[in-house]
Design a protein around this ligand. Sequence first.
Ligand code: LRH
Length: 477
Amino acid sequence: PNSLFYVAADFGASGGRIMLGEYNGRNLRLEEVHRFANEPVMLGKTLYWDFLRLLLEFKRGLTLTGIRRKNISSIGIDTWGVDYGLLDRRDELIGNPYHYRDQRTENIGREITDNFISWEKLYAKTGVQYLPFNTLFQLYADKKYRGSLLEQAESLLFLPDLFAFYLTGHKYNEYTVASTSQLLNAGTAGWDPDLLQAVGLPGKILQTLIRPGQVTGILTRAVQAETGLGAVPVIAVGSHDTASAVAATPLATAQSAYLSCGTWSLLGVERDRPLMNALSRQNNFTNEGGVEGKIRFLKNVTGLWIIQQLRKHWTENGEEIGFPAISKQAAAAKNNRFVIDPDADVFRAPADMAAAIRDYCGDHGQGIPRTIGELAIAAYHGITGQYKQVIDGLEAILGYRIDAIHMVGGGIQDGFLCQLTADVTGKTVLAGPVEASVLGNILLQLIAAGEVKNLAEGRELIQRSFGTQEYSPQPRE
Ligand code: LRH
């Protein structure tokens, strides 16, 4: 039989990629078509995504796709969560989408929970973890600082919805990405009108929620002309990148955890229902929406962001160094006692990550890390130490032992990180696939097309096609 071809557009905080998935009825194969950096722009004091550039790279990727293959079955889009664009009544983009690391949300969560709705109540309603940049908080900041813009807004589209809109002309909000907003009610999995009312936000901007696995439109004639592609359908996939990554994780047992490793580390389990209680709230676990009606019960750990920012710092200071070399030097660091708390506020968006780590270690009586290896090992210890805490928290809340951790995403190309994770947590690590978000994206397209029956069958396909690599925990000195 002839192969089928699917396009996945996957936008992460540090880069995007347009990939082709080839399905021959038995196995899945990936082909990279276009890869590009995602470089946010500081405009004065405000941090924005370079949305126009990202859309341009997306369309360039589609053009390159069309040159390789004429018979594209469909396109799926996934991106990071929480961020959004606002459209006015003429469907024009009002301003450029803000980056979730922008400072304008500082103290906003506090202001809301002090004045409008307590954190206990907000968590009980939404089941969403406290992160300073939850969409609810960002919208409140918009209202506070740029009220006139919010007044003009007719539609809110999360980033994947926004890309899809510019391809098809259709507006909707896909459920998995909407579930990161703190605007959904965990019980109904629909918008929570009380919540918007409590903080005085216009409910009309929210769109119809759609579930992953649905056709949402076809490329507009203009985009067809621009890219050389035909009337290709766009499918709503698990458009939150983490939802796609989890969909493609070949979980070995019901007691397995997943750990999606990119700029962020997302560590948790898949469940059939949300779980909100005092313990989950105190440990700041979130209930995000997954594909096939699943709930992603997980926690955000600041992940490779720290290492990415170290690399940026070194590069800007004339020291070109790649991730494999950083990892190697960390493993060989002479003084390897250093450890940071990667989730401390000082690491959210420091101008100089190396200085931030030196200050942190100095302030915590560890001495000053100086070499590349010492700075990096402080981050590795911090990150894997958090993994251990999250696993302990999960086991306490769930009341069972996690028997393995599936690591997926770009970060698993770092074997040192995988081994250290096994050693620190004492769990077997099963690493793979690397391109989890892309594969989850394609999987949902295969399910929508009826080529793959469901998530379980899809995960078998992923395991069969890509396999996993095992890291056993070694005793630590
Ligand atoms: C990972 C991710 C994560 C969100 C963050 C904003 O890419 O989507 O799940 O919390 O970005």
